[in-house]
Design a binder for this molecule. Structure first.
Ligand code: TXA
Ligand code: MG
Length: 352
């Protein structure tokens, strides 16, 4: 059996940094330990990116496949040069506009980053997060910090400390509880190694945001069309992800049509003895009177939906649901990232 370690949980306000706790956390990082910290997207499980043994502990704690590379987090753009071979002008421009923030850039790596971090690729994923706790921890430890999302591999990413505790208690040295993360889904991963900036994982910084700065941007074909023939450039995208225990069914179409169909299917599934939950939106709640629903957010404000999505999926699990019926949302802007995660969480799509 895996040996349990003592996990210290500390609470900190992202806007009111406690330097003593940050010092303690940085000592853990520098000794090769593991610290979970909040970012503006989701919680990260962090270790010294230059210490292979420490990085290995991340893979073990998450149960993460070794061929899925990690994101390296920095606290200042000036730290980029030590990690990557070259920073193209386009990457510089994106960094200028969107760092700190929910953007991860793929660049050719220097040897200082080991195969452990990059899963043997010649590129590395680098991000400069916005959350003040994350930044303080990176600065204080004086190390780049490798940090994937702090969930057990395959489960929805954690957006509050209770999710981390569910997955990683006894497997990490410290959890810094900084409250709920605001964006709620992971950063945009963009490949900057070729001529065309290519989004490998949609997130908080949208295609339109990138186009505004660079004039062009594409999605990796693998995230537009899921086909077994297209191998995603981002290794993480090939795994089933974000899956609650319950079966998720995704409904696409006009909001009212979807809602009416979901209400009908709910009755049917319930009559078969299944525990059914509906992931609704402010606009459609009225169709579900008397049914078990969680309202994910407002269709006109996608950030309300992204920030609740993973929490709601986990909440349905806590309620012991067998099936979750979820409405699709408009794929514009942040909606693209929301639909990418819902697509991966679901095992079935119904077009209404
Ligand atoms: O918002 C986020 O990005 C969070 C917070 C903690 O920063 N982190 C996160 O990490 O979501 P993770 O490990 O769960 O997702 C990293 C993604 C994976 O899909 C991985 O395959 C991809 O980035 N990735 C990492 N290095 C890559 C590389 N060199 N080339 C292509 N994809 C890469
Ligand atoms: Mg992840």
């Amino acid at each position: 059996m895996e040996e349990k370690i003592h996990t210290k949980i500390v609470r900190m306000d992202s806007e009111n940094i406690d330097p003593e706790i940050i010092k303690e956390a940085a000592i853990i990082i520098n000794k090769g330990g593991i610290v979970v910290f909040p970012t503006e997207t989701v919680y990260g499980i962090g270790a010294d990116a230059l210490n292979d043994e420490a990085v290995d502990k991340i893979f073990k704690a998450k149960g993460r496949p070794q061929d899925n590379p990690l994101i390296v987090h920095i606290a200042d753009v000036s730290e980029l040069d030590a990690l990557v071979k070259e920073v193209p002008e386009s990457a510089d421009k994106l960094a200028d506009k969107y760092w700190p923030g929910p953007l991860t850039m793929i660049l050719y790596k220097k040897d200082i980053l080991s195969d452990k971090i990059t899963a043997g690729l010649d590129t590395a994923a680098i991000r400069l997060p916005k959350n003040q706790i994350a930044l303080a921890l990176i600065r204080e430890s004086k190390k780049p910090i490798a940090a994937p999302s702090a969930n057990t591999s395959g489960k929805p990413s954690p957006t509050e400390a209770s999710h981390v505790i569910e997955d990683l208690m006894g497997k990490v040295d410290m959890i810094i509880d900084g409250g709920s993360t605001n964006i709620g889904i992971e950063s945009t991963v963009i490949d900057m190694t070729g001529d065309m900036p290519t989004i490998l994982r949609p997130g908080g910084i949208t295609k339109e945001d990138v186009e505004e700065v660079l004039g062009r941007c594409e999605y990796d074909p693998a995230i537009i069309k899921s086909s077994e023939k297209i191998v995603p450039k981002s290794p993480g995208q090939k795994y089933r992800h974000y899956s609650p225990k319950a079966r998720v069914v995704l409904y696409k179409g006009k909001a009212e049509d979807i809602a009416q169909r979901i209400a009908k299917d709910y009755e049917k599934l319930q009559s078969e003895g299944l525990r059914v939950g509906i992931m609704s939106t402010v606009q459609t709640e009225k169709y579900y009177e008397g049914k078990t629903t969680i309202c994910c957010g407002d269709r006109t404000k996608p950030l309300t939906i992204s920030s609740n999505l993973f929490k709601d999926l986990r909440n349905f699990d806590r309620m012991g649901m067998d099936v979750i019926l979820s409405e699709a949302v408009d794929e514009q802007g942040l909606g693209k990232a929301i639909m990418n995660r819902l697509g991966k969480a679901s095992s079935e799509t119904i077009i209404v």
